[in-house]
Design a protein around this ligand. Structure first.
Ligand code: ADP
Ligand code: MG
Length: 456
């Protein structure tokens, strides 16, 4: 039967999945409704179980076997599969634990990839001027075909749709080419997998897995900045895939060259394909996104009334981050339906005070410089100018420090606002203040006061 089941699986999962994952499986036996397979590595057992377990089970059942579950066991060597007696008995987990290198299908080691959010598709992505280039590039990559830009590097501030676009690409690729092995994960997960592989001495599996995908997507790559060995491994993975002409898609919160403590060779690799950014949203885009959300909510809350002007108000006031914008709308619908009130300006003002207040409080580098100059009674031109005497340098460093802690700007961006200073100068200034804060209470108090007045 297994022979016939294999034929069906080949049709179902496609040639490349079949070769990679099904072919190496060795059918052992069926006992008490459990089908046992031998696999070469624990990783493989997990992967197959997660990705193809249901499929395999379904095909076995179709073939007329009475099987309720499948289990994967690691064979110690291809030539000597586990004799049945060594196989962990299904009824006794202790046996499994004591068997050499077991990989029960229930083992909960993390998936190599992160799950994709079903809401993040191209259909639900609203296109406007600020994101049209990124969207077009993502579309192009999602069409598959010959690798056009490699890597595709998407960057932009928090909540502007990077993750949404990456998931959309993954969904689209998977829909067009089901046999394609698309791996999406965050840079943080990449690091954890890497460390775990090191710890468990499974670097071979790790490398093999990452080098065998067709499309690798790494979200928020800035996370591995300063993490040297992870960067090293990422670099090699990256090169191996590019050499095989596999597609790589990366996102970050800033441009490759602005990620501090990212190795030069990785930066230049990331710049070697297409780098596109998602600009801060425009009023029109925000309104478009809200209107699309409202359409979705109409189905969920058919009886709720939405007064004209509310969406415009939200699009006007909540400017930073689409996630916050969506959260505000969700809250309005939830609240409106709970208390049975229409969604109007009163409700918006009432339910969203906290969000609206933070919006008003968004601090900019300019504001910080102005405040600090006022406080120390110096000129802006001196703050950003080249003079180095202490009476100017100290306030300048304090302003740098506040910019770092109160805005989302990167060091190079801050440097530009300080008369084109290098990011290492900015870093040095910030370090200096961090030291002084601990020893000089006058400075610590000044900073607290400035911070509070900037936040007010
Ligand atoms: P990022 O990864 O850039 O921080 P996300 O992709 O997680 O941002 O987006 C945050 C939220 O905003 C998600 O719910 C996403 O669906 C939504 N969003 C962002 N941009 C758009 C857009 N252009 N159209 C529709 N929804 C969007
Ligand atoms: Mg994201």
């Amino acid at each position: 039967t297994w022979g016939a089941v294999r034929q069906e699986l080949l049709k179902a999962v496609g040639q490349s999945n079949f070769t990679n994952w099904i072919e190496p499986l060795e059918f052992a036996e069926v006992q008490d409704g459990v089908a046992f397979f031998n696999v070469p590595t624990p990783f493989m057992g997990n992967w197959v179980s997660r990705h193809f377990g249901d499929r395999i089970l379904a095909e076995i059942s179709k073939a007329g076997e009475d099987v309720r579950r499948i289990e994967f066991n690691v064979r110690s060597s291809a030539a000597a599969p586990h004799p049945a007696s060594q196989r962990p008995a299904a009824a006794s987990p202790e046996a499994a634990a004591s068997a050499a290198d077991p990989a029960p299908a229930s083992d909960d080691t993390d998936l190599p990839g992160a799950p994709l959010d079903s809401r993040f598709t191209f259909d639900s992505f609203v296109v406007g001027k600020p994101n049209e280039l990124a969207h077009a590039a993502a579309r192009r990559v999602a069409e598959g075909g010959p690798v056009a830009f490699n890597p595709l590097f998407l960057y932009g501030g928090v909540g502007l749709g990077k993750t949404h676009l990456m998931h959309a690409i993954a969904w689209e690729l998977q829909a067009r080419q089901p046999e394609l092995r698309v791996l999406y994960l965050s840079a943080e997960q990449f690091m954890y997998r890497f460390i775990q592989a090191l710890r468990e001495r499974q670097m071979m599996d790790f490398k093999q897995m990452f080098r065998s995908v067709d499309v690798l997507m790494v979200d928020d790559v800035q996370f591995i900045a300063g993490k040297d060995s992870t960067q090293e491994e990422f670099f090699h993975t990256f090169n191996a895939l590019v050499d095989q002409r596999k597609q790589i898609i990366i996102s970050a919160d800033r441009a490759p060259g602005e990620i501090e403590q990212m190795e030069g060779r990785i930066v230049s690799r990331m710049q070697s394909g297409l780098v596109v950014d998602l600009h801060p949203t425009s009023y029109e885009l925000r309104l478009g996104i809200l209107q699309q959300k409202v359409e979705q909510y109409r189905g969920q809350f058919p009886n709720i009334q939405l007064t004209d002007g509310v969406l415009e108000f939200l699009a006007h006031r909540i400017t930073s981050n689409v996630r916050v914008l969506e959260g505000a709308l969700t809250r309005l619908f939830a609240f409106g339906s709970l208390v049975g009130r229409p969604i109007d300006m009163d409700l918006a003002q009432e339910c969203l005070t906290d969000i609206l207040r933070t919006m008003d409080r968004k601090t900019t580098i300019d504001e910080i410089q102005r405040k600090v100059c006022d406080h120390y009674n110096i000129r802006i031109s001196d703050m950003v100018g080249p003079k180095r005497q202490r009476a100017l340098a100290r306030p300048r460093q304090i302003a740098m420090y506040l910019c770092k802690h109160m805005t989302q700007r990167s060091l190079p961006e801050i440097g530009r606002k300080f008369g084109g200073r290098d990011h290492t100068t900015i870093m040095h200034g910030i370090k200096r203040i961090e030291e002084l804060k601990g020893t000089d209470s006058a400075i610590a108090e000044d900073i607290e006061m400035l911070r509070r007045s900037l936040e007010a």
